[in-house]
Design a binder for this molecule. Sequence first.
Ligand SMILES: *Cc1c(COP(=O)(O)O)cnc(C)c1O
Length: 438
Amino acid sequence: MTDPQALDRAACAARDTADPLAPLREQFDLPAGVNYLDGNSLGVLPRATAARVQDVVTQEWGQGLIRSWNSAGWIDLPRRVGDKIGRLVGAAPGELVVADSTSVNLFKVLSAAARIAQADDPARRVIVSERSNFPTDLYIAESVAAQHGMVLELHDIDAIPARLASGAGSDVAVLMLTQVNYRSGRMADMAAVTAQAHAAGALMLWDLAHSAGAVPVDLNGANADFAVGCGYKYLNGGPGAPAFCWAHPRHAERFWQPLSGWMGHAAPFVFEPGYRPAPGMQRYLCGTPPVIGASALECGVDAMLAAEPLGGMAALRTKSVALSELFIALVRQHLAGSGLTIHTPLDAAQRGSQVSLGVPADGSIDGYAVMQALIARGVIGDYRAGDGTAAEPHLLRFGFTPLYTRFVDVFDAIQALAEVLARGEWREARFMAKAAVT
Ligand SMILES: *Cc1c(COP(=O)(O)O)cnc(C)c1O
């Protein structure tokens, strides 16, 4: 009998054998010899996708031509795939649409939030976000703030409650946060933070780029105001997959979003000269839907929904936590003297589905080269530079995607990392990487 607490490879293999979610991995076409721990950056290829895309291209486009807008349901894709994603993030049918990129969707919903806030209370002129939010979110917020005569204010995540509390938040229009930070993997409590924003009279906008398909999300349950998310990370929609946006029904029809394109018109095929917004979230569409990309995204979302009979996102979350707990335990066991630190909250409730390791601030390890050496061994995570201090270290990021990551994958990754460090393989990798760019 294998000891369930043991951390050897046999124990990990036994956990895989006992894992009721293990068969879900069969849905994906994973390259041989690759241990992929970067699904938080670009998800893997579902087996169904290639055939589906081929059918869309050769049959629906090639044979059906323009008839396919109706006969193949192309025109309904933004809503149909949106409803499926809605099941993963607590949005009701019709509340969430697939369109554009995350950046563009953020522009649309943040602009709408700014207009609502300004209409309700012109004294609210501040958009608040986290300093270490993903840069595109901050760049978009900068632009929205400038267009609405507002200011963007950035704070450390722990300083935000005080910025909102006891009257201090009376000038705040919108709090815009990514629920799971892309660097640290730290996860905010969506319901609690939304309640703090609302108590201050501010609107709450969530970026779910590292949440959708990674952790259970309940937008309506948390009473959030707006949300956006990404199709090519945990949803496995493929590179550049369309993204999604959501507005609470109380806001969906209050204003136009600024990108008033024809697909968001109440009657796009009447070809009127004037804009009339479509009812509900349909108005958050802009131009023609990306049919091939949205069809590929649907395959990724379907692969995730295949977990529903096995317990759905709750069961996936349980496995994700088990994977990250195992990773942390193995880091402590095998990398204790390495100088690498755990830069992700140790409390699983505050952690998304990734663990980031901090590279020592003294420069004794070149994190970029370590990741190159790992990749050369077939273990794919990624490297994100910080400012190199203990507070914002350079990071090695490892994403755990419970649809296909196995316990043995976690074990093997730590073994490889320990060997790369012990043997100094990264020094060679650094030399090779530098040579490659010259
Ligand atoms: C990945 C990610 C994005 C991606 O935006 P694109 O418009 O798809 O390039 C945006 N925001 C966050 C927080 C992300 O993690």
